[in-house]
Write a protein that binds this ligand. Sequence first.
Ligand code: 9PG
Length: 482
Amino acid sequence: MELGGLEFSVQAERVEETLGGYLLHGRSVQVGHPFGRSMFFKHGWQSWSEAAWVSLRESPKPILPPERRPQCDDPAYALSPVHGGSGLGGVEGYEGQMLFLGALRPGARVEADRLFLKGQAEHDTPWFLAYGAPQEVLGRYAELLATTLGVRPQGAAPRVWCSWYGHYRDISEERLLQVLAGLQGLPFEVFQIDDGWQQNIGDWEPNANFPSGMSFLALRAQAQGLIPGLWLAPFIARPSSRLFQAHPDWFLRDEQGELVLAGNNWGGYYALDVTLPAVQDWLYRLIQTVRGWGFRYLKLDFLFAAALPGKRHLELSREEAYREALRLIREAAGEEVYLLACGAPILASIGLVDGLRIGPDVAPYWDNEDRRVFLHDPTGPSAYNALRTSLHRLWLRPLVHTDPDVVFFRSRYNLLTPAQRAVLQDLALVAGFKATSDPPEWLDGEEREALRAWLLYSPAVEQTGPYTFSIDGREVDFSRWL
Ligand code: 9PG
């Protein structure tokens, strides 16, 4: 068939024309291309997974050690010898054009080699096929996804203070009260407590550092005009948790009956089988509990765990199982609670959450060379890794608030240069999501003023090229950082 003046051979059950390209039907589709070993637009599975242009000249390198890194990208393809991505993918054509294939339902994979772009789905789905400028093609794809997955009502994203990238797990009621005091006069809208408040991963009750309980801090934030926010990882539990000890049968197992390892941090943890009615009851009550404490912004983390390969109680595909669990959480939370999905499968989250983390964690340093180069792992915390993947996910902006993670204004405890801090601040402006973790008492007067001005700044943003933007007339080129 003809696309953008070029001929392509297409295999599908059925083909129909659509604005900007074609819709292919069938679980398995294939498009022949003449571009040889060019570049592949890889779209990693979940928030932290790599999204970038990678070369088809080199074989994909597995993240090391592959069997122990399920939290980096889809473990089903950890050892795949073929370049591929989740839901969508593209091959670089002539003069910066891209041949694009993207599924309109979750649970699909797109692979490429020097001859073909191939789509494979767990169930029937329409696919969008197009050839054109990456921005245009991805823009049209986003429009089509909006019709199949839905879009939640969108105003501007809230301005968030998050406790993670300053104090990390070392938080307490006392420390957070000190932060709240320091936030007076800064135009934040959400005060979000991150990892460190809970008794264990799986036991979502306050630990001894929070003697007055979580509703106490929620009330204090609210009294200051801030929306109380809370981090939790509802789909996972550590083996030491009371939850796991009481219900080992609630957890995802493989065909051999062995527990599925969901990640290697925290000494390892397991994933709930979210298709079990007892697990669904527990999840519903958990979300209602934190809502009852007063939290109206939930950062739901490590969500990919619900969609890991394994044998479930119900025979749903894994991304369907995930999406149903997310739907249940939405129901328990109510329409007005802001849900930020993190470590989340991308397509399967759209339409159910308000915000979506679109890259790995930032850090107060530029690169994470040990993991990136020696372990082939582009998901380790670093400003560079976060910038790179987030930039390749900005096409999601019409569908969900895109969170590129926090920015830094502090120079204290920070190895980022002023220019590196500025590029993260600009990324947040173009992504449309502003957050920081700087404890106010770490900022000097000038830094505090700069943070305040940035929070209040709502510039006109226009994308002028794949990596170039105009921010209120100021040209910003992110490509020089890549
Ligand atoms: C809290 C953090 C923050 C952060 C999240 C998430 O692969 N890992 O070992 C891994 C650990 C932590 C992590 C991501 C990956 O960060 O993105 O914002 O909430 O959890 O523990």
